[in-house]
Design a protein around this ligand. Structure first.
Ligand SMILES: Cc1cc2nc3c(=O)[nH]c(=O)nc-3n(C[C@H](O)[C@H](O)[C@H](O)COP(=O)(O)OP(=O)(O)OC[C@H]3O[C@@H](n4cnc5c(N)ncnc54)[C@H](O)[C@@H]3O)c2cc1C
Length: 515
């Protein structure tokens, strides 16, 4: 098995897309090609007490794959083939390796390896089959999207990753391997009991904190009758390395329409969004996604027809043809749409796609040019609390602008408004600004929790900390308290007795002292 110890290899895994967290004291990077090799690395680390941090594509923005405490990095990029199955084998070469999936077309299921990028998985599936989870970063690997319970624009219609995972193979931190399908292992008396392939039994105390009933990627999953598969989904690497997954597939809609509508006021845009949600709920239209871009976002995107006019925009995708869009056309008129842009040709579609994806690129290139830093939120609140939370976001943006006046490029609010989940990006230009915005961020997280929401809808919490009343605390603590973190620590200790794997995600290392 390939192992690298040179500075370049180690440097490659030194951070993630956050650019904030930095690995320290990494000794080596391992590149297992099979599940057995993953087990070999973990068993050796467990014996020798070395820390291991698992890495996927590195598009995470919470430092999840960053080895803060040194040790070994386990790169999953070469996990390109699942175990052989009695169904169609499909292969494709990319990045100098052969990727393989096994497709059970009759049951619309696929077995796929942890290291496959989602974009490639999509390409390998024959039409009209579709694996719906679609975080914007398509270079993200399947394994990581499972442990972060990733979502995307079309989560509005299809749900998050959790809804599409039928079974998993996982290498536990001890090197034991577990294969589990949904329905096989359920919680009894607050405990998940399961047996690894080696015959070793594991007994995991299931966390008891309440889970918010919304899009959520914060904390280990918790439910009284929960399934073992759900414990691993969203576990941010704490409980084991996913080696492969059995996934449910959907049928791609025969026809799809993309539409971007521009509005002169946020109230009009919100009215339009509400009408779209209602049309989806009543079945009048099959709405796949509803995404929001505020005026600050449009300024960053430099879309000429509306640039500088203070407009905001709503992007939506619907299944069906132009003749099936009456509710959409009525909503455009009812809410004073000032300009609409339908994608009717493949070229329009491509342009709209570029438009939608240009925001993160525009923000990132601005940050690079100005040496600035961004703080991005990921909170979700219940539907009836969203207007209040949006007002909180706006107030935070105004507080920042008042404290540090500057022309434009301060705050952008955008994202998955269909799911009541928008991101606020504070663009900061100095340590003083960053520190001020950290305070605002902490307040927003507390407000979201007080409204019954979650601190993370899709990114996970990784190694994030926030400032609350001037004190830096683990991000997740705001939502589930120090007691909740201890419950996660206990669940982890049950499968990772020597605390070697992905230490620091969700729960800081020092919290394990009393477990
Ligand atoms: C511009 C931009 C837009 C984004 N938009 C979205 C979005 O819309 N929705 C969304 O959900 N996310 C989004 N993200 C975040 C990110 O893409 C997701 O969190 C993604 O799931 C990370 O995948 P990765 O392969 O890059 O993982 P990494 O960053 O490499 O790792 C993420 C975590 O997974 C763990 N891990 C990796 N592989 C395994 C494995 N096989 N077994 C166990 N643990 C493992 C790592 O230890 C780490 O904790 C965005 C990121 C960027 C930069």
């Amino acid at each position: 098995m390939l192992k690298k110890t040179d500075a370049d290899a180690i440097e490659e895994f030194g951070t993630d897309e956050s650019g904030i967290y930095q690995a320290e004291g990494v000794e080596a990077v391992w590149y297992p090609q099979t599940e057995a090799e993953v087990a070999e690395v973990l068993a050796e680390a467990n014996r020798s007490g070395r820390l291991v941090t698992t890495s996927g594509g590195g598009t995470g923005i919470t430092g999840g794959r960053v080895a803060l405490h040194g040790g070994w990095v386990l790169a999953t990029q070469d996990l390109a083939e699942p175990m052989a199955r009695d169904c169609s084998r499909i292969t494709q070469n990319q990045f100098g390796r052969e990727y393989c999936i096994y497709l059970d077309e009759e049951n619309a299921e696929v077995y796929a390896p942890a290291g496959i990028p989602l974009e490639l998985l999509g390409e390998m599936l024959p039409e009209p089959l579709l694996y719906p989870p679609d975080p914007t970063e398509k270079s993200a690997f399947l394994g990581s999207t499972i442990v972060t319970n990733a979502s995307g624009a079309r989560t509005f219609h299809y749900g998050a990753t959790r809804d599409w995972v039928l079974g998993l193979r996982v290498v536990l931190p001890t090197g034991d391997i577990v294969a589990v399908s949904r329905g096989e292992v359920k919680t009894a008396d607050g405990i998940l009991r399961f047996t690894a392939e080696s015959g070793t039994e594991y007994t995991v105390p299931v966390p008891t904190y309440p889970m918010p009933e919304m899009k959520n990627a914060a904390g280990l999953y918790s439910a009284p009758d929960m399934d073992l598969v759900d414990l691993f989904i969203g576990s941010e690497g704490l409980l084991g390395v996913i080696s492969e997954a059995r996934l449910r597939l959907a049928q791609r809609p025969e026809e799809m329409i993309g539409q971007i509508a521009f509005f002169a006021s946020e109230d009009d845009a919100m009215g339009f969004v509400n009408d779209l949600r209602e049309a989806a709920k009543s079945g009048a239209m099959t709405v796949l996604s509803i995404e929001y871009f505020d005026a600050g976002s449009l300024d960053f995107m430099e879309y000429e027809p509306v640039e500088g006019k203070g407009y905001c925009a709503v992007y939506c995708e619907a299944a069906g043809s132009l003749d099936e869009l009456d509710p959409l056309l009525e909503a455009l008129e009812a809410h004073n749409c000032v300009e609409d842009w339908f994608a009717e040709t493949p070229r329009d579609e491509q342009e709209q796609k570029e438009f939608r994806h240009s925001l993160p690129d525009a923000v990132n290139s601005y940050l690079r040019r100005h040496g600035s830093q961004k703080l991005g939120t990921d909170m979700v609140v219940p539907p009836d609390k969203f207007p209040e939370m949006l007002a909180n976001y706006r107030a935070a943006g105004e507080a920042f602008s008042e404290q540090f006046p500057r022309d434009g490029k301060h705050v952008v609010i955008f994202g998955h408004i269909g799911n009541y989940h928008v991101h606020v990006n504070f663009i900061t230009h100095s340590e003083a600004e960053l520190s001020f915005c950290k305070g605002l961020y902490g307040k927003l997280a507390q407000q979201a929790v007080a409204l019954g929401g979650t601190v993370s809808g899709e990114h996970g919490v990784g190694k994030k900390t926030i400032l609350v009343n001037g004190r830096s605390i683990p991000y997740l603590e705001v939502m589930i308290g120090a007691g909740g973190l201890m419950q996660i620590a206990r669940a982890k200790k049950a499968v990772d007795p020597n605390l070697i794997l992905d230490l620091g995600n969700m729960v800081p290392r020092e919290y394990f002292a009393n477990v």
